[in-house]
Structures are given as structure tokens and as C-alpha cells.
Design a protein around this ligand. Structure first.
Ligand code: PFF
Length: 455
């Protein structure tokens, strides 16, 4: 059997894991949640959720993956053979694949906007006639709802994914992450500097950093929890899969804190980019929800800045990089499973996973166009996959993983992984295990229940 792949360096494994975590969750979901949920009050809650829950659950996934050196499904069956626990891993693989299908569509949009920024076409709108907001809205809708153009971008993106994934863990995923992540952070810092130096930017900073605790309701707490889970890529099988490539001497706790902090840093930097910019350009009431922020509000801002095209190219490059490293991580879940389970070569496994995407992602994309009237439970294909996977599958997988690591597997397995077989000393390990056992399952259940109650 082929030797188990590993990341070749600590920086590489952190870069790859951060690459997975940093995605559209940080870039467009976080500012939107912060805007509607009390500014710094939401940020404060979010940080609490990350530390109290996100890091321990991440550690449960890391321990499962690194301890078994297996894909997301075999990790469960190795520790509890002849039991139905493998189904949890199966659910993670299914969820990750469903997410991949629709996320590829959004990643394709980022590629189109990058391309249109390079050619300048993005700004060829009749601003005088319709006004800036309407023009960029119309442009986005025209593009997203058309049948053909988005497909071309999706196919290019799938092809780029295939190339990176075929190159393997070290030469593909790790190498890309080592290049992409520093670029992403540099671009974020540049944008932060630019945004903060705009006239009247202080108003935005004030909004972002002034907590409005009156906005904190139980549903906001649940949102913060959900955002923390999505942003850290928990419950998708990604962290189990990536940590199976961690060398045995990796310090899991340190890695989990580093990844969570960098992920948080990106979200906070986005806050320092978005809020000052919208206050500076008098767009204080701009809608930051969904695709509007990146595909309407930001182009509006760039259009009013000097060096429109340069900023636009750099921003959509940032977004594209963030989306690419996330799609790669999520595709790797299914690839690793097929490689391990069916003993296939990396090439065959990659093709089995990626080729059907040409069809599935096309269907998701067409659900904004010709297939818009085709509904499942009253939702378009895109919305259905998004809703089912993020709101139902992810929390379910996370709860089951915590129960598995906290209650089902022998307790010393988790502790041995956390302490690298007793080599690392400290007091936090028992606390982590206690959180995974007692606190995490009921709190994550809240996310699930709140979704069903809202329905
Ligand atoms: N943590 C990612 C994000 O914030 O966007 C979540 C994710 C989504 C990872 C989709 C991978 C992916 F394909």
C-alpha cells in the first residue's frame, strides 16, 4: 500500500488548514452578521464561541484524524469496528460533497469578477443612467442568472482544482497554501491600510468597535455559534482528513489555536476593511448580506476610488485565493475517502470525485437561471444544498463527533493525542475533553433546533 501522505512542514500544515478555514465565511458572512447583530457585541460573542467551543471541537477532529491516520469515514470505523459509527463519517463526506457542489458556483463568480476586473469590463456600467447601486446590482444579476457564462468559470475552476489535487498533499495542497496564504494576508493588510486612510473612515471603525449589547438575543448567540462552526470548517470532515496528514509530533492544541486565531484575524481585518469603507463612501446602510457585499457594494466603493481597476483586481484575487483553498480542502475529504476505502490511486480518486462536479455544479448554477423554477422543498437546488448541508448536516456531524470522542472512544485515546502520548504537560487537556463531552453536544444541538424552529 502507498505510504500515508503527510504535510512536510509545520508552516505548510497550518497554511493548508487556515486555507480551508478562511473563505467566504470570513469575507462576506462575518461582516454581514456583525452589521446586523450589534457590531463589537457580536464580535465578542463570536470570539467566545471560537475559544470555548470552536477550539475544543477542532481538537476532537484533529485527534480523530491524526490518531487514526485515516479518512473521515475510516477514522470512525477504525476506532469502533463493526458499529454504525462510520455513518457519522459518511455523513461528513456527503455534506462536504454537497457543499463542494454549490460552493464551486460561488467560487466561479469570484473568478469572473477577477477576470472582469482585469479587463475593466466590471466597471463598464451605465452609472449615470441607473445610479451606482442599481447598476452593479443589475450587472450581478445578469451574470449570475445567465446560463452559460457562469458555467465556463465553474469549469475553469474545477480544472484548476483537479490540477492541484492531482499533485497530491505536499506538492499540490501544501505548496499552493504556502504561496496563497501569505498573498492573502498581505492583500488584507494592504486593504486595511487603504480603507482606514479614507476620509471619514473613523465612523466605520467606531461602528465596528462599539458594542450594542441590546441586539444580543438568543438567536444572535446561535448565529455566532453557527458562524464559528462554519468559519472553522468544523463538521465537514476537512479537519479529520487534513489532520490525518499531520506528523505525529504536531502539537495539536497549538495548531488549533493558531488556525483559529488566524481565521479570526481575517474576519476582524475584513471588519476593518468593510466598515470604514462603507462609512467613507456614505453607504452606511448598504446591505452586506449574501453576495451583495462582494459583488455590489465593494465594486461601488472601488468605482469611487482612485485606481479602481487595481484595487478591484487585488480584491477579487484575494477572494479567489480564499475560495480556491477552501474548495480544495473540501474536495480532499471525498478523495481521501475513495483512496483509502477503495484502494484507488490518487489520480483515479480525484477524477471520480471531480468529474461528476461538472454536472452537479452546473445544475446548482442553472438554478439561478433556466432551472430557477425547479424547487425541492420550496428551494432552488442551490439553496436546498446550502440549507441542508450547512444547517443540518454540519451540526449533526459535529454533535456525533463530540459524542464519539467524548463518550464512545476510550478516554485515553483523546488525551493521548492531545498530549502527544503524554509528552506534553499542561492543565488544559482535561478541560478540553470535558467541553467536548458535556458542553459541546447540547450547545451545538441548539444550532440544529433553532434551524428547525425557524422553519
Ligand atoms: N471555513 C470555510 C469558510 O469560511 O468559507 C467553510 C468552507 C466552505 C470550507 C466551503 C470549504 C468549503 F468548500
Amino acid at each position: 500500500m502507498a505510504k500515508k501522505a503527510t504535510f512536510s512542514s509545520k508552516i505548510g500544515l497550518v497554511a493548508a488548514t487556515v486555507g480551508s478555514a478562511v473563505g467566504l465565511g470570513n469575507i462576506w458572512r462575518f461582516p454581514a452578521e456583525t452589521q446586523t447583530n450589534g457590531g463589537a457585541a457580536f464580535l465578542f460573542l463570536y470570539i467566545l464561541c471560537l475559544i470555548i467551543l470552536g477550539v475544543p471541537v477542532m481538537l476532537a477532529e484533529f485527534s480523530l484524524g491524526r490518531g487514526t491516520q485515516s479518512d473521515a469515514v475510516s477514522a470512525f470505523s477504525k476506532l469502533k469496528p463493526h458499529s454504525p459509527w462510520w455513518i457519522t463519517g459518511g455523513l461528513a463526506v456527503l455534506a462536504s460533497y454537497l457543499i463542494l457542489c454549490f460552493y464551486m458556483v460561488v467560487a466561479g463568480w469570484t473568478f469572473e469578477y477577477l477576470w472582469q476586473s482585469i479587463t475593466g469590463d466590471l466597471y463598464a456600467v451605465n452609472l449615470a443612467k441607473d445610479g451606482m447601486d442599481a447598476s452593479f446590482h443589475a450587472k450581478m444579476e445578469e451574470y449570475i442568472c445567465s446560463d452559460l457564462s457562469p458555467l465556463i468559470n465553474i469549469y475553469v475552476l474545477i480544472a484548476v482544482n483537479i490540477v492541484v489535487l492531482l499533485c497530491g498533499v505536499q506538492k499540490g495542497i501544501e505548496r499552493l497554501s504556502n504561496i496563497a496564504m501569505p498573498i492573502l494576508f498581505i492583500l488584507l493588510l494592504v486593504f486595511c491600510g487603504v480603507s482606514l486612510s479614507l476620509p471619514n473612515s473613523f465612523e466605520g471603525v467606531k461602528f465596528f468597535l462599539t458594542p450594542d449589547f441590546s441586539k444580543i438575543t438568543p438567536s444572535v448567540v446561535v448565529n455566532a455559534l453557527g458562524q464559528a462552526f462554519f468559519s472553522l470548517s468544523l463538521g465537514m470532515g476537512i479537519l479529520v482528513t487534513y489532520s490525518s496528514y499531520f506528523p505525529k509530533d504536531t502539537k495539536l492544541t497549538k495548531t488549533a489555536f493558531t488556525v483559529s486565531l488566524l481565521d479570526l484575524l481575517v474576519a476582524v481585518l475584513m471588519g476593518f476593511i468593510i466598515f470604514p469603507a462603507i462609512s467613507s463612501f456614505g453607504l452606511g446602510n448598504a446591505e452586506l448580506r449574501g453576495s451583495t457585499l462582494v459583488f455590489v457594494t465593494l465594486p461601488e466603493i472601488f468605482a469611487q476610488m482612485q485606481g479602481t481597476q487595481l484595487w478591484s483586481v487585488l480584491f477579487f484575487l484575494l477572494l479567489f485565493v480564499a475560495a480556491l483553498t477552501s474548495t480544495i480542502s473540501i474536495a480532499e475529504v471525498s478523495i481521501a475517502w475513495i483512496q483509502d476505502r477503495f484502494k484507488k490511486s490518487r489520480m483515479v480518486a480525484t477524477l471520480i470525485v471531480m468529474l461528476p462536479l461538472f454536472l452537479f455544479s452546473s445544475l446548482c448554477s442553472l438554478s439561478f437561471g433556466s432551472l430557477n423554477s425547479f424547487k425541492i422543498w420550496g428551494m432552488t437546488i442551490f439553496d436546498f444544498l446550502d440549507t441542508v448541508s450547512t444547517n443540518i448536516f454540519l451540526p449533526t456531524v459535529s454533535i456525533l463527533t463530540c459524542i464519539f470522542m467524548g463518550w464512545v472512544v476510550k478516554n485515553d485515546f483523546f488525551k493521548k493525542e492531545l498530549t502527544n502520548n503524554g509528552m506534553l504537560k499542561g492543565n488544559g487537556y482535561n478541560l478540553t475533553i470535558a467541553i467536548v463531552k458535556y458542553l459541546a453536544p447540547p450547545l451545538i444541538l441548539l444550532i440544529l433546533v433553532s434551524f428547525f424552529l425557524k422553519l
